[in-house]
Write a protein that binds this ligand. Structure first.
Ligand code: FMN
Length: 391
């Protein structure tokens, strides 16, 4: 059986026997700097910074640094098994792509390149409601791949139900409902430019192609795009959303449902009480609440509290395979990665996303092996120790 870590062998062989080094960095923390060379100032400002002072994104990274993996020796893990089942879907590894909107800011093919890359690597693709391509187009690009749909809950219930119907019809097997972005966070990098792609019609393809959305317009989208954008602007913000509305989802979606953006034990318990199948512990990569709890710190508390009742996905700040190991040890059933794959998309389209994901999988696999594990399922909080305090 091949291990994901064999990607490393291929890179060395290409370098030594074919004189060809990888086009993109293998140290995934370097991707941001490289992507900055190819992205427009507007795109970079939208993708990279976080809300307010950027404290939440810094906290996300710092939280990973406060945990250390304790490698164990002589445990015979020549073949690793990273396969896992999440929400009924069999996955080759506990890794997926986070839902990211407006991917045409990074690359002209946007979500289509990402959906193809996800299928090629074998990891789940999550289609954002704020995508630049419709969920049907992305599904076609994703082919036989595993795909989930991320809902931004519109205030118009007909549009919401229509999104869910379309997602089901296009083969999206699970629903991730993002709760932390009922309006946009305070994002100075975009505000300073007065830049919001949705207002020029980019990132609203799911809406513009939706029959229920179009039914609410006086003129077809093609004849009056400005009016269509204003129609979107009226239904995207949903600040009144509350726990009482969750039954609507059960009435209109018969697959698994996960709540994305959970950061407290109390909300995790409420998710279980409301019959949800899982949660995504996430602070949206620091893009919503400045000064928020680090996602990994939240996971360390939430994992033991609800891990036996809910599937737990995790994102926000994952940059390396070792980061993924730490999140899996602290209770995540699988880990989603955000900006790194988007930088891969910016730098190399589909190939760039594939490279980033193969590097991440290889590093996860090798880290597991070097730490003495044959499967991520053997990880537990005891696999880690807190880093000694620095003064
Ligand atoms: C440019 C950008 C756009 C995003 N768009 C969405 C979105 O449409 N829906 C969503 O649920 N999360 C969105 N997110 C958040 C990601 O799903 C994920 O929570 C976050 O990127 C994880 O943090 P990381 O980038 O540090 O890995 C977006 C993140 C970025 C960077």
């Amino acid at each position: 059986m091949a291990n994901f870590g064999d990607y490393q062998t291929g890179i060395y062989a290409n370098g030594m026997f074919a004189g060809k080094a990888p086009d993109l960095p293998t140290g995934l923390t370097q991707l941001e700097e490289r992507a900055a060379d190819v992205l427009s100032a507007e795109a970079l400002g939208y993708i990279t910074p976080s809300a307010g002072s950027g404290a939440t994104a810094r906290a996300n990274r710092a939280a990973f640094d406060r945990w250390r993996i304790v490698p164990r020796m002589l445990r015979g893990s020549a073949e690793r098994d990273l396969t896992t089942t999440v929400l009924g879907d069999s996955l080759v590894a506990p890794i997926g792509l986070a839902p990211i909107g407006v991917q045409t800011l990074a690359h002209r093919e946007g979500e289509l390149a990402t959906a193809r890359a996800a299928a090629a690597v074998g990891v789940p693709y999550v289609h954002s409601t704020a995508a630049s391509h419709s969920l049907e187009e992305a599904a076609e690009a994703n082919g036989d791949g595993t795909r989930w749909y991320q809902l931004y809950w519109p205030t118009d219930p007909d549009v919401c139900a229509s999104f869910l119907r379309r997602a089901k019809a296009s083969g999206y097997s699970a629903l991730l409902v993002t709760l932390d972005t009922t309006t946009l966070g305070w994002r100075p990098a975009d505000l300073d430019r007065g830049f919001l792609p949705f207002l020029r019609g980019e990132g609203i393809a799911n809406y513009l192609s939706d029959p229920a959305f179009r039914a609410g317009l006086d003129k077809p989208v093609e004849e009056d795009q400005a009016a269509a954008v204003m129609h979107w602007a009226r239904m995207f913000p949903n600040p009144a959303l509350s726990w009482d509305e969750l039954p609507f989802l059960r009435d209109h979606w018969d697959g698994p449902i996960m709540l994305k953006g959970i950061l407290s034990v109390e909300d995790a318990r409420l998710a279980a009480q409301h019959g949800m199948d899982g949660i995504v512990v996430s602070n949206h990569g620091g893009r919503q609440v400045d000064g928020a709890v680090a996602a990994l710190d939240a996971l360390a508390a939430i994992g033991p509290a609800v891990g036996d009742r809910l599937t737990i996905l995790f994102d926000s700040g994952v940059r390396t395979g070792a980061d993924a190991v730490k999140a899996l040890a602290l209770g995540a059933d699988a880990v989603l990665v955000g900006r790194p794959f988007l930088y891969g998309l910016a730098l190399g389209g589909q190939d760039g996303v594939e490279h980033v994901m193969r590097c991440l999988l290889a590093e996860l696999d090798l880290t597991l092996h070097h730490a003495g594990y044959g499967s991520h399922l053997q990880l537990s909080p005891e696999s880690l120790v807190p880093a000694p305090p620095t003064f």
